[in-house]
Design a protein. Structure first.
Length: 296
């Protein structure tokens, strides 16, 4: 059973498509597969793409959480752009993946000129299930609506659309060690995707060694110690061990405050302590929204 799409954000509408794909695959004794793209097709088709909510790595992890067994990530290049819808189904879906049936969203299109749709697939002998749109608050869930909510800092709205807490996935890289020097070790993240909420300090959580822990995330330029270079830093409560090179997913609950410049490092240290205490309180109240994961 195969579905096709970018699935940026893997929101509740995408989740319905993936769940149907997995359910039908299990019922048929087969595997659930996704054909997706390494970069957004608009990068080639329109010269630029919208900011991505989730990187390829993040999408693949979310696919797995939704029961997907296989994912084929295509480089959307000129060859793929010019592949007819018929050849896309025959050569990629059938020959490469062994797919014999499709699950599609109501607006799913594929192949050159976006000619491919449910009716064309049926005409080529592929059984097709079309999944209805999912409404949230009376409006249809879409990647564009999720992007707007995150960019505007409306994280609760984004969570409702995503069906989970918004999160940022990044690789922990070396910073300047300033956090540890003032008593609050931080992990510096090189984000795997482009879209993040507005600058500020956020309450959140991370999963380490199978357990969820409260976290404080700082997005911005650290005006007290730098003021020029934009960074993404996370302080994890009760954690001081080295995380360099690891992938870290930070779940975001909400904004605590704007960035500001403090008169001294002591004042900054005191504020971070307050931020951490508030983040732990928020975590205690909100961790059930991450109930699918263990918490200590």
């Amino acid at each position: 059973m195969v579905t096709i799409g970018v699935f940026d954000g893997v929101h509740v509408g995408h989740a319905a498509i993936l769940a149907t794909t997995a359910e039908q695959a299990r019922a048929a004794g087969g595997e659930a597969a996704v054909v997706t793209f390494r970069r957004h097709p608009k990068t080639l088709l329109a010269g630029s793409s919208p900011p991505l909510i989730t990187s390829l790595e993040h999408r693949l992890a979310l696919f797995e959480r939704h029961g997907v067994d296989l994912a084929l990530a295509l480089a959307f290049d000129e060859e793929i752009r010019d592949t007819s819808a018929e050849d896309f189904l025959r050569k990629i879906v059938r020959d490469e993946l062994g797919g014999r049936a499709l699950v599609l969203g109501p607006d799913s299109r594929f192949g050159k000129g976006r000619r491919g749709d449910a009716e064309l697939a049926k005409s080529l002998g592929f059984p097709v299930t079309v999944v209805s749109p999912v409404l949230v608050g009376g409006a249809r869930a879409s990647s564009g609506v999720v992007r707007k909510a995150i960019a505007e800092g409306r994280l609760d709205d984004a969570a409702a659309l995503l069906g989970r807490q918004p999160s940022l996935l990044g690789t922990v890289v070396h910073g300047d060690g300033r956090g540890r020097s003032i008593g609050f070790a931080t992990a510096n993240l090189d984000l795997h995707h482009e879209l993040k909420p507005p600058r500020g300090v956020y309450a959140g959580a991370v999963e380490l060694e199978g357990c969820l822990r409260a976290a404080v995330l700082n997005l911005g330029v650290r005006p007290t110690v730098d003021g020029t270079r934009e960074t993404v830093e996370v302080h994890v409560s009760g954690w001081s061990r080295d995380l360099y090179g690891s992938h870290l997913e930070v779940f975001l609950f909400g904004k605590l405050r704007d960035e500001k410049r403090f008169d001294s490092l002591d004042a900054l240290r005191a504020q971070i302590a307050r931020d951490a205490a508030v983040a732990e309180s928020v975590f205690a109240k909100r961790r059930e929204s991450l109930a699918a994961r263990p918490a200590d």
